[in-house]
Design a protein around this ligand. Structure first.
Ligand code: GAR
Length: 216
């Protein structure tokens, strides 16, 4: 069975959706460990509750990013993962870390990439007057929130939306999008080749294919 390591920094609601789908047998995978860079991340409790190993590597114990990433790489590697899932892991990773796990590390980001990498994505979409927002899952490369896209979900922005309401709407969709993409990986349908994401050996569109979560 495919072994997954999930990296988190916070609430872990995306982690929860993956734990739930593994527990229900919908995802034929095992979450071997959850690792947080923050000792107080609520996602660690979610992991323990599900009987999954919960580990902390506190980035504030390190003075240099490279030293933290080396320790993180060692810890991740020790879990022998087939797939590393970044779920609200709010750290910029060094090139060496990213290269070590190339093709088997994915991230979810709350915007329609390549729009709005980084923070405050929902406010930036509102400020730009966009009619749509969403989330994108992509393979992780050295570029921040910028690796080859796999799939996205889109939501409409209404006149009533503010950053909080939009974040809630998008997060609800993330909980369907992420397990669907992980399922592709688990079934061996997803790969990375020459900086291009492939599904069933066919290149995925630049911003990732649009998933209709209502159909999931
Ligand atoms: C999610 O919205 C995720 O897309 C975002 O953090 C949130 C984590 O929520 N990730 C990023 O912004 C990465 N650049 P969660 O802890 O409840 O899953």
């Amino acid at each position: 069975m495919i072994r997954i390591v999930v990296l988190i920094s916070g609430g872990g609601s995306n982690l929860q959706s993956l734990l739930d789908q593994c527990q229900a047998g919908i995802l034929d995978a095992q979450i071997g460990a959850v690792i947080s860079n923050r000792p107080d991340a609520f996602g660690l409790s979610r992991a323990r509750q599900a009987g999954v190993k919960a580990l902390t590597l506190d980035h504030t114990d390190f003075t240099e990013r490279a030293a933290f990433d080396r320790a993180l790489a060692e810890l991740v590697d020790a879990q022998q993962p087939d797939l590393i899932v970044l779920a609200g892991f709010m750290r910029i990773l060094t090139d060496d870390f990213v290269k070590q796990f190339a093709g088997k590390m994915i991230n979810i980001h709350p915007s329609l990439l390549p729009l709005y990498p980084g923070l405050n994505t929902h406010q930036r979409a509102l400020d730009a007057g966009d009619s749509k927002a969403g989330a994108t899952v992509h393979f992780v490369t050295a570029e921040l929130d910028g690796g080859p896209a796999i799939a996205r979900v889109e939501v409409d922005i209404t006149d009533q939306d503010n950053a909080e309401s939009l974040a809630r709407k998008v997060l609800t969709q993330e909980h369907k999008l992420y397990p669907a993409v992980v399922d592709w990986f688990v079934k061996g349908r997803l790969s990375l080749n020459n900086n291009q994401a492939l599904l069933d050996d066919s290149p995925l569109p630049k911003g990732g294919c649009v998933l209709d979560t209502a159909a999931l």
